[in-house]
Design a protein around this ligand. Sequence first.
Ligand code: AMP
Length: 419
Amino acid sequence: MPFKSLNIIEPILKALHEEGYTTPTPIQMQAIPIVLQGKDLLGCAQTGTGKTAAFAVPILQLLLATKTNDKKRKVRSLIITPTRELAIQIGESFKAYGRHTGLKCTVIFGGVNQNPQTSALHTGVDILIATPGRLLDLMNQGHLTLQDVEIFVLDEADRMLDMGFIHDVKRIINALPKKRQSLFFSATMQPEIIKLAGTIVHNPAKVSVTPNSLTVDIIKQSVYFVDKGNKNALLLELLRDEVIKTALVFTRTKHGADKVVRILLKNHVKAEAIHGNKAQNARQKALSNFKAQTTRVLVATDIAARGIDVDDMEFVINFEIPNIPETYVHRIGRTGRAGAKGTAFSFCDAEEKEYLQDIEKLIAKKIPVVDNHPFPLIDHNPVKAPRQQQGRRNSGLTRSKLSENNKKKRWISNQKTSW
Ligand code: AMP
């Protein structure tokens, strides 16, 4: 079933086509008609199922249909989400799907200077995507009001609660107009989530999809266990295969990206890096070289890779396993668009096994392991573990406690990442 049959208007259809989306995912198929009818929605779906477009597309369409000629734009739709990563991702999606609508969206989150965010707000925005703390902060400082919000989205409600944002969320809800459309999304629906939902949505239509409907299921995925020191050699080995005409390689840091590029160039593989330290025109140039296939390998950090839109790109290589599982889904989701083939290789060293487990939990399946490669992992439990790892070993923490601590740490690092 094509998007057109969901009565989506031309400017948005065009953008979806440009994104390489051919058919709506199950959550999109169910949710878009409901939201377009102006109904409240209770959605049980996780990242990776296409849930962002499931709310972003109809919101854009509804706002466009009732666009006013007011000189100053008002925040007519508010999306709150627990982490800056998700906020940025949602902002990118609104920008992509709404690129032909003339609607303006902005993203606000903590841990960075607020000035660019407040200037954006003062210039006027139609759609605001925010993490709760910074939103309340800017509201308290008088930089924005929520009184014109027509459509409110609470995204990842279960994580909001896990992260202790419940009071912030309640404060935000109290600042919203009573008459509004509300959409509530959570990956799980335990009783306390349902209780919270009851205070937000009224007579909601309910939709639910399982992790089995992840958009990345069509991508061929495999993992290589390899020692950290052998990752360069393994990358070179994989690139000996001429079937790989181009590949997008992900590293966690800018420094790491530059290092991989140096090694590749030294070994006569045409490669360029794309990350936050590069000037905009250098990034654009790297991207167009990659598109033209004069550069075979583009090495990117996650944040720089946002907005990279390359048709027919088949290969993504995770040189490092991302510590946020959703990032994996977004990385590999860059291939396999518009019915094209998609292949993702991930290099996992001993310290990254924990991240891999989190990813497999998110995507609800085991990623097949490639055993027969020349650089098998020897050091399964590195003796020279980083300090943080040693601390953990000595601390006698249980596995579940460890994983909880890990989540917290991940959240903190989320708040701190520079971009
Ligand atoms: P989300 O669950 O919204 O975070 O989306 C997960 C990934 O799926 C993102 O990389 C989206 O760009 C991609 N995606 C969303 N909808 C579609 C679609 N209909 N067809 C192909 N890819 C999609």
